[in-house]
Design a protein around this ligand. Structure first.
Ligand SMILES: [Zn+2]
Length: 453
């Protein structure tokens, strides 16, 4: 896939951005006669912040590619970023007010003209960070972006996120043991081309009691379902005619489904994204593998050029070509998420993606189609089906070699009637319940999972 094109993002999904761009253009036109721009100076078009526990991202969108240098200072912890070729304007000053009090990493930001052509940002930090600073070329409706990712020096292990309250969750001890005994070779979420911080070792708890002979560990272990709400942060996904954003709808549905799953006696759900921030496709897969998920479900909402397109679809991975050109188009669109969301692309990206694909086994795909069938038939009871069988295409997010993985397009957000349904909490609940029924059905008929010890 070429990294400078995004066939899908132009017409359908970016109504919101087009509007924003129009406003930006209008205000530029308005200002131009009054304040002539310096020939060489770049202009900040927009500033966005995406605070999350995993990492906080700050995006500066500009009309040209600018050079930035950064360094960190200790006592107190600060991140200093010098951006060359930039003079002060209102958009960059907006950054100060965009830092939210609950940001896990940034306490405050100061912006100043450091030298005639250099803007200096100083971020006062709440904890030591390992920053990633990189630029992105224009894509979709975005112009040049300077991205500041603030990762913690020591990352939180995704396994810890599954553990519920120790006092109220009967499975807490089992999950804690799982975290303690996670093999060192288990994949640790990271992005190609950038070194992410090491995962925190859990503080040593008192020695757990020896496992009971009557109850082997594997049976005590709950079924773990990784739920993957698509898109997030810089990547809104598809956008409906009334402005409904795919990233918000799918997060709501995933949260509802997680609640339902967690209330089952022997099942727990794990969210690969639990807020509005960007998670690279490969990291989503790695997180699911790290927690040794028994099932991976990526949740999305379709868009199509024609508003008449409607209905739910379920996809499994295909290693050799898509089952239809629409399925291929859909996979391409979903795979573009990394480009829109903004990944620090390493040179080995394509190579590693290929290895991942080769590792995917026929067994994984067989199981994926089986669970997909169950979910599709349950969803068919509450919504029109776009296709009444599981479709296949090369979705990057379905490439865990050892976890049955499906992608559910819950409905067409580009269809006004389905957009309305997707916004409705009652319909979101119906989708979540249908998915739970399908999941339960699958595990009931297939209890002996091929778990890697
Ligand atoms: Zn999507």
């Amino acid at each position: 896939m070429a990294d400078d094109s995004c066939p899908s993002s132009s017409g359908i999904s970016l109504n919101g951005f087009s509007r924003r761009r129009l406003i930006a253009t209008a205000s530029t036109l308005f200002i131009l006669p009054v304040v002539p721009r310096m020939a060489m100076a770049g202009t900040i078009l927009a500033v966005r912040t995406w605070p999350a526990d995993e990492y906080t991202r700050v995006t500066l969108e500009m009309d040209s590619e600018l050079k930035a240098e950064h360094f960190t200072l200790e006592g107190p912890d600060r991140l200093v970023v010098d951006i060359q070729g930039l003079t002060m304007n209102r958009a960059i000053n907006d950054l100060v007010s965009k830092i939210r009090p609950n940001d896990p990493y940034i306490a405050s930001v100061r912006v100043a003209q450091n030298r005639p052509d250099v803007i200096r940002l100083v971020m006062d930090l709440k904890q030591p960070i390992a920053p990633q600073v990189f630029t992105l070329k224009p894509i979709g409706e975005y112009k040049y972006r300077l991205v500041l990712d603030l990762y913690p020096k020591v990352a939180q292990d995704p396994l810890l996120a599954i553990m519920g309250n120790k006092d109220s969750d009967p499975l807490a001890q089992v999950l804690e043991d799982l975290a303690q005994n996670a093999p060192s070779e288990a994949p640790i979420p990271s992005v190609n081309g950038q070194k992410l911080p090491p995962i925190a070792k859990k503080p040593q708890a008192p020695a757990p009691p020896p496992p009971s002979v009557a109850q082997p560990r594997d049976e005590a272990r709950p079924i773990l379902v990784a739920l993957d709400p698509g898109h997030g942060g810089e990547d809104p996904g598809a956008i409906g005619r009334n402005g409904t954003r795919e990233k918000d709808i799918v997060l709501n549905i995933a949260r509802r489904l997680k609640k339902l799953i967690d209330s089952q006696p022997n099942m727990r759900a794990y969210l690969t994204r639990d807020n509005d921030y960007f998670v690279p496709l490969q990291v989503r897969v790695q997180k699911a593998r790290r927690v040794k998920a028994d099932l991976f479900i990526s949740i999305h909402a379709d868009a199509w050029i024609k508003p008449s397109a409607r209905g739910s679809s379920v996809f499994a991975l295909s290693q050799n070509g898509a089952t239809s050109s629409a399925a291929r188009w859909m996979a391409q669109r979903e795979n573009d998420a990394d480009l829109i969301g903004g990944i620090n692309l390493g040179s080995h990206n394509k190579q590693i993606a290929q290895v991942l694909l080769d590792l995917s086994t026929a067994a994984q795909i067989n199981d994926s189609v089986r669970v997909g069938d169950r979910i599709l038939s349950e969803i068919g009871k509450i919504n029109t089906l776009h296709k009444n069988r599981v479709e296949r295409a090369g979705f990057a997010v379905l490439k865990a070699p050892d976890i049955p993985s499906i992608l559910v397009e819950t409905a067409f957000i580009s269809n006004p009637e389905e957009e309305r349904l997707l916004r409705s909490p009652a319909h979101q609940d119906r989708i979540a319940k249908a998915m739970l029924s399908g999941i339960s059905d699958y595990f009931a008929t297939r209890p002996a999972l091929a778990r890697k010890a």
